[in-house]
Structures are given as structure tokens and as C-alpha cells.
Design a protein around this ligand. Sequence first.
Ligand code: LMR
Length: 335
Amino acid sequence: MRFLTLAAVLAASTFTANAGFAQEACDEGELVIKFAHVTNTDRHPKGIAATLLAERVNAEMDGVACMEVYPNSTLYNDDQVLEAMLQGDVQLAAPSLSKFEAFTRQFRIFDLPFMFANMDAVDAFQSSEAGEAMKASMVRRGLRGLAFWHNGIKNFSANVPLLLPTDATGLKFRVQTSDVLVAQMEALGAIPQPMAFSEVYGALQTGVVDGQENTWSNIYGQKFFEVQDGVTETNHGVLDYLVVTSTEWLDGLEPEVRDQFLTILDEVTTLRNAEAFAVNEQAKEAIIAAGGVVRTLNAEQRAAWVEAMKPVWAQFEADVGAENIAAAQEINARY
Ligand code: LMR
């Protein structure tokens, strides 16, 4: 790979002004791997992992392959990226598991409220036979999951204090494009509004929506806390990612190139997944340090949120499989 011209560096830095991320250009003859994602690069589990993956590919596969990372929805948002991948316009993405609805319903289990006790349980489920099999669930549609990447557990925020589920009743909440998340908000008597990640800050600021749910790293990275009354530590759901590519691209690689790339991806996954929790805790501390309000729930209040959202499980049991719900609960008992 060679370094970009000054003009190209300036263009790339405009793309990623907040992230301090400079793109490198690929040499002629190198296999170009474009990785598009929607978060920042330096204070986010996905952004850090994508950057590390690119650094390693660019160093260790120099002359053979070259990775370009497009963060902050600068190339595609999550609603566009999978179709673009099937067209061959981008090779890698890591949308949240909520964003695969058009391709598979298997990931719905991760959106079910309070399904997993913590991220260790999520990790164990993803590494189980059932979790591994999920990576291949979209092969017939031309997509292949390569790795689960962790972000973390979601919390609710709104323009009013949220302590009981009834506090959310009647409010409009941005959700990711997931039927489970729509049902979850309806169970609270709230109004769900599916919306692209890049539009959420503006929608909260202008009052198009009253609240949202997300991880600490997303709430901090997108500055949602600045335009909300506060964040309530509900810890009610999972936001994780699937690193995904097209079967056509993967199958078309020379076997040794594919092996080297997948080995690097595996190593980056193990390393960065182990740090995702800490990245989120740092984001939470940074929100508090910046003057954001974080509310915690007592046991009674938490039980009320569990009670209000639990009926959503039954609505989606047929899609996710009773055996998978049972497996998740069995794993929870160990963590
Ligand atoms: C969201 O849309 O809220 C998240 O999926 C964004 C992300 O990639 O973490």
C-alpha cells in the first residue's frame, strides 16, 4: 500500500474528522477489501476492531491485499450495506445483529429483552454449536457471517427521567430496524420509530423522537446523552455485531489468501472482544465526566421493566426456537 496524496488525505480526513482516521490507498494489483461501518473509530468496540483488522491486513498481507475502512456511515449506512455487498461494492461490514431481519430471523434471539444475563453469557451462546451455526444462516441469500463482534448491553435514554416502564409509555423511541425491538417498545406502551443510526442525534435534538436505546459506547460516541434528560441503566438487551461478507467474494479468494485473512480476523476478534466491556465502561465514565446523567434502578424498579417486556419472548419464540431460548437460559445459569 502507498500513502495517499495530500488532497486525498484531506478528503479522507473530512470523512472522518471526528475520528482522526486517515485512510491509506491500495497499490495496483492488491486485492482491495472495503469495510464499511457506522461508528467512530477510536472509542468504540467495533471501530477499534475494524481499525486493528485493517492495520494487520495492511501490514501482514502487504502486496497481496489492502483494507480500506469507511467508518461513520461515510460509505453506506446499515440499511444499504448488505445490498451493496451483494452487488460487490463493499466486501466487509459488521452491522448489529438487529439489522439482518431481511435475511434471517435467527438473530432475533439477541434482541429479546433480558434474554442474556451479561456479555459472558452472550459470548458463550455465540461460541456454542447453535451460535456457530447462525453464522451460516444467510448463505442461501449470498451472505456469510465470519465472526461475532461484541459491543455490549443496551440502556434506555429519554428526554424525561425513566425509572419505571410506565415512564416510557406514550413516548416515541428510535429503534434499530428490528421487529423484536418494535414489539419491545409496544410492550411498554411506547411508540417505536425505526431509524438509521446516523439520524438519531438530530432526531433526539429536534424532538422527532423522545428517546432511544443503546450501549454506553454508542451513547457516548454519538453524543446522545447531550440531548437527553439522562440514561437509565436498564441493561435490558444486547447489541452485538456480525462481521459479514458475500459468499461470492469469499469463495473467489485464493485459498491461502482466504486462510491468512480469516486467521487475522479470528485473532483480532478474540483480542478486541475481550476489551469490549472495558471500552463501554470507559464510555459510561466519560458520559458522567461530561455532565451526563446516569440513573440506576433498584431491584423493584428493575423487576418492573423485566415484567413489562417479558411477554415479547412468546411473540417470537417460533422464530428463534424454544430450544435456543432454553439454551440461552441454561448458559445464563452459569454466568
Ligand atoms: C444502532 O443502529 O444503534 C447500532 O446498530 C449502531 C452500531 O453499529 O453500533
